[in-house]
Design a protein around this ligand. Structure first.
Ligand SMILES: Cc1cc2nc3c(=O)[nH]c(=O)nc-3n(C[C@H](O)[C@H](O)[C@H](O)COP(=O)(O)OP(=O)(O)OC[C@H]3O[C@@H](n4cnc5c(N)ncnc54)[C@H](O)[C@@H]3O)c2cc1C
Length: 471
């Protein structure tokens, strides 16, 4: 698809020059990248920084009239290339739509614009004794609109669920400029088909979210965090199963393997035992009076289940230092390797230990280093494929993606899914067929065509290109 070159001037006339990041602007290149491990750079013709739903609708009307592709973008923290303008054209950015319009403690809802940073919303509601649970690790810089578009998860999803469970209503601009409001403000509601749930997780391929009505909870009064250190993944896996069988319902249940620990050993303030082969991070929340007791119980069970060491905390500062070990993993890997392909596979909970063994085997066979950590409670593992080879070398990339394909195949073999939270975007679209039948893919194509018959909204994402014989 080629964009007519006058699109920038048309958009400038309609929205004003201050809304446009156009050719020659030093920031334009930023809209051609995100946090995906792709060396390619996809420069758009321009980015439009909309400030209202009316402006977003105008962009989508003009782009349809002129047959110009348009790619929605939040904060650009996506890890699978969903916000990359692969067909050129226009990037529609919501970064200026940062208003929290309403927080209502009685109805337990908030109304927000899509560009609000997730962590900002969390702090704003917590100041009023309320709680917005979804906590992607990127919460300090990702947007709530992007979270809804990717159905983002996070460590607390084990107890509280993912973003979809907190989106009650949406305002969406459709390709061509129509504005659609759907959903409800009530705690329950089953009138009509659930359009809101249908939009969440569609990665900007159905419409552009311009307002969200989110569900809130009362803020849990207290939390406690425990780090259990184990000799190996199977012992840690048995401990996780044991804790769950005890009836424990933690809000966080995270696991990291030996390779992950080895990368943070030197940096962490906590001194890991020399034979540490896996860590399990457990966080519980509830009434303040019960926290000390809960923490001691979890710590004691970790001991009984074979932990080499246990670190436990209830005070916020202490808890932050327990979390430090977990949070150091990803940046340490990024620092140590030139290529870090982070796949967020998800397997049934009972198959986690087997999945880690399969990843070890793939690593041994391909010679590609791996480090695995993630949300064990949900079976959602961040499998990092790591290399210090030249990322621009096509052979190196082929080798990395062929290892990723082996990881995907093993995941599906164990009854899992390619992505637990990051989405499909650009990087996983060609692997979907490993998990889904042609029939399921075809129904998704029809669904996409209903919202965007032109195919101009975020083209080249989520669904595999049609095979030539099917055209
Ligand atoms: C260090 C790090 C840690 C991360 N941790 C997590 C994690 O724990 N859990 C998790 O789920 N993800 C995580 N991510 C991935 C990423 O932060 C999430 O996918 C996030 O939801 C993307 O939000 P964004 O605003 O940056 O969206 P973008 O990257 O800008 O866009 C992502 C997708 O959403 C679409 N989109 C964005 N805004 C809109 C809108 N208003 N309307 C329609 N479509 C839109 C885009 O077209 C694109 O397809 C992490 C990323 C990093 C870099």
């Amino acid at each position: 698809m080629k964009s007519p070159s006058d699109i920038v001037s048309v958009l400038e006339r309609e929205l004003g020059a201050q809304a446009i990041v156009g050719p020659g602007h030093e920031r334009l290149d930023d809209y051609g990248r995100d946090e995906s491990p792709l060396p390619e750079f996809y420069p758009p013709e321009c980015a439009v920084l909309v400030e209202s739903a009316a402006q977003a609708c105008a962009v989508l009307r003009i782009c349809l009239e002129r047959k110009v592709p348009v790619t929605p973008r939040g904060a650009g923290s996506g890890m699978c290339g969903g916000a990359l303008p692969v067909a050129g054209g226009v990037v529609l950015s919501t970064e200026r739509m940062q208003r929290i319009k309403e927080i209502d403690p009685a109805d337990l809802i908030a109304v927000v614009e899509p560009g609000v940073i997730t962590g900002v919303l969390q702090t704003a509601v917590e100041d009023q004794g309320l709680f917005y649970p979804p906590d992607p690790a990127s919460l300090e810089f990702c947007s709530i609109g992007g979270n809804a578009a990717t159905n983002a998860g996070g460590p607390r999803a084990f107890k509280y669920g993912v973003t979809r469970e907190y989106i009650l209503g949406l305002e969406v601009c459709l390709m061509g400029g129509e504005l659609l409001r759907c959903g409800r403000r009530t705690a329950k509601g089953v009138t009509g088909y659930d359009l809101v749930a249908g939009f969440v997780g569609t990665e900007g391929t159905f419409g552009v979210i311009t307002e969200l009505l989110v569900k809130l909870l009362p803020k849990p009064p207290a939390a406690a965090t425990v780090l259990g250190v184990f000799a190996d993944v199977p012992t840690a896996g048995t401990a996780i199963n044991g804790l769950l069988r005890d009836g424990l319902r933690p809000r966080v249940l995270e696991l990291a393997d030996k390779a992950s620990i080895d990368h943070i050993r030197a940096k962490s303030r906590y001194r890991f035992p020399a034979n540490a082969g896996a860590i399990v991070l457990i966080e519980v929340d509830g009434e303040a009076e019960s926290m000390q007791m809960m923490m001691e119980k979890v710590g004691m069970r970790c001991d009984e289940l074979g932990a080499l060491d246990v670190l436990a905390a209830t005070e916020p500062a202490e808890r932050r230092s327990v979390w430090e070990a977990r949070r150091l993993i990803s940046p340490s890997l990024k620092e140590a390797y030139r290529i870090k392909v982070n796949e967020d596979i998800c397997v049934p909970r009972g198959r986690i230990v087997e999945m880690l063994a399969r990843i070890d085997r793939i690593s041994a066979e391909t010679g590609i280093a791996t480090a695995v950590f993630g949300h064990a409670g949900d079976g959602n593992l961040h499998c990092n494929l790591l290399s210090n080879d030249n990322p621009d070398d096509p052979d190196v990339r082929t080798r990395m993606w062929s290892a990723a394909e082996q990881v995907f195949r093993a995941t599906v073999d164990l009854g899992g899914t390619l992505s637990g939270e990051h989405g499909v975007g650009l990087t996983k679209r060609d692997y979907i067929h490993l998990e889904q039948s042609e029939q399921v893919i075809e129904w998704q194509r029809r669904w996409k065509a209903m919202w965007d018959p032109s195919g101009l909204l975020n083209p080249g994402k989520r669904l595999p290109a049609r095979r030539v014989c099917n055209e």
